[in-house]
Ligand binder design. Structure first.
Ligand code: HAM
Length: 427
């Protein structure tokens, strides 16, 4: 029996795993530089949390959620996205009591049952950030700026930003009415899904992938024409802040987000050369969500992006990010007393931050030195009978062939290895 990985998932193998590590590291450092702090929530939550927040009629809830019952018959779901869990945690842990503005970022796997294709997976990895506590348009621009800074730091150049406003619940109502009026005469030509959506959630029709529905939707009224005064001003101010921050954007009045919780600003970062799955990040404002899931009426804005599409974009632009890393040293041990001492020293040196390799199955001096050369290490650290007696090691520079005797205690400083600060390496 040969086991296979589930469809729509993937393994991250070395050396690819190094690129993932690097991208996560860059994301964390950029998010922290904007004052965001990391939050980690479970990969599963009560299914109802997503039903209420993403919307009963959304594709995510209708078709894509991995639901399961635990042994006590409780309904859970693997998280399809990160915002609802962050908001659940914010409300449950009363984070509003700690500060007026809460800036959080997260990284982790999300799960959506959809037809896999390039850039679309059933388990995918998201990074995201949420700024909770204010309706001020500055924060919409800040969250966009954070995403832009991250993409910048990665070196990506071919990404486009599109923004829109989906208004507040009041202007949404007017817009929904306009949509129903527009689509009603085409009812018979719409796909069965759209026919049922027409009364409950008319704006879902704008997101339908069926060609016939798409053609009809192309001429539908746009939300921007139905914004009330306050929503229009909010959107204009977001644009002014983006201009001040020198972030290029285009207004796309047809952006429809797949999740129901958005109010006012909605945006997407696109890489047009990625094909059908070209959104490398998206988000917006969600002023009603916190109250909707049991908290106070606190406004918020956020964004999330997919690592897979980022990595595809990096590949397309020929951006490497990582260099091949070699060990600092390779340990060569001759004779039993040297092996006993060497393995003790090996553990101590590794604890102090030295990257050093050793192969216990190679015994001859020649075989060990050859392995040292092949490893790409800078130095061979050689211990034989003489070194055991003298309390030294022989350091051989593997590039120049130069040799030098140094004390076992001063070996690390000779290699100029910095011991780990704060007890261990960062991820
Ligand atoms: P979303 O647009 O559903 O928004 O997903 C955000 C990003 O996750 C997408 O732009 C895409 O890069 C990636 N993504 C989504 N589905 C898949 C998939 N099946 N395979 C690979 N990548 C995928 C959200 O999830 C919201 N929580 C964003 C947000 C945060 N809004 C406010 N705060």
């Amino acid at each position: 029996m040969q086991y296979q990985i589930p469809r729509g998932t993937y393994d991250i193998l070395p050396p690819e795993s190094r690129r993932w590590q690097k991208v996560k590291q860059i994301f964390r450092s950029v998010a922290q530089s904007f004052g965001y702090e990391e939050i980690t929530t479970p990969v599963f939550e009560q299914a109802e949390l997503f039903e209420r927040s993403s919307g009963e009629s959304s594709d995510v809830v209708q078709k894509e959620m991995y639901r399961f019952q635990d042994k006590k018959g409780r309904n859970f779901a693997l998280r399809p996205e990160g915002t609802a869990p962050v908001v659940r945690s914010y409300v449950e842990n009363r984070l509003d009591m700690q500060s007026r503005i809460t800036r959080l970022y997260y990284l982790g796997p999300m799960f959506r049952y959809d037809r896999p294709q390039a850039g679309r997976y059933r388990q995918f990895y998201q990074y995201g950030m949420e700024c909770i506590g204010s309706d001020h348009p500055y924060y919409d621009a800040e969250i966009i700026a954070l995403q832009a800074a991250f993409l910048n730091k990665l070196g990506l150049k071919k990404i486009e930003l599109e923004i829109n406003s989906v208004g507040c619940p009041q202007c949404s109502k007017d817009y929904d009415q306009a949509l129903v009026k527009y689509f009603e005469p085409f009812r018979e030509e719409l796909c069965p899904d759209c026919q049922t959506r027409l009364q409950a959630k008319p704006r879902r029709l704008l997101d339908c992938k069926v060609a016939q529905c798409k053609a009809i939707a192309a001429k539908a009224p746009v939300q921007l024409d139905y914004l009330d005064q306050a929503c229009r001003e909010h959107f204009e101010q977001v644009q002014s802040y983006l201009q001040l921050m020198e972030i290029g954007f285009t207004i796309n009045p047809r952006i429809v987000r797949g999740l129901d919780y958005y109010t006012n600003t909605a945006f997407e970062f696109l890489n047009p050369s990625l094909g059908a799955q070209n959104a490398i990040g998206g988000g917006g404002r969600y002023n009603g969500l916190i109250e909707q899931i049991g908290g106070k009426p606190i406004p918020a804005v956020g964004i999330a992006g997919g690592f897979e599409r980022l990595l595809l974009s990096l590949e397309q632009e020929g951006i490497e990010l990582t260099e091949v890393s070699y060990p600092d040293a390779y340990l060569v041990l001759m004779g039993e007393p040297a092996r006993q001492l060497g393995i003790r020293l090996l553990a101590a040196w590794r604890n102090q931050g030295l990257s050093i390799c050793f192969d216990p199955e190679k015994e001859s001096f020649k075989a060990q030195l050859k392995a040292a050369d092949n490893s790409g290490a800078r130095y061979a650290v050689i211990i034989g009978e003489d070194e055991v007696k003298a309390g030294t090691v022989t350091l051989k520079n593997l590039k120049t062939g130069e040799q030098q005797q140094v004390g076992q205690d001063s070996m690390l400083s000779c290699l100029k290895v910095k011991p780990f600060e704060n007890g261990g390496p960062a991820e």
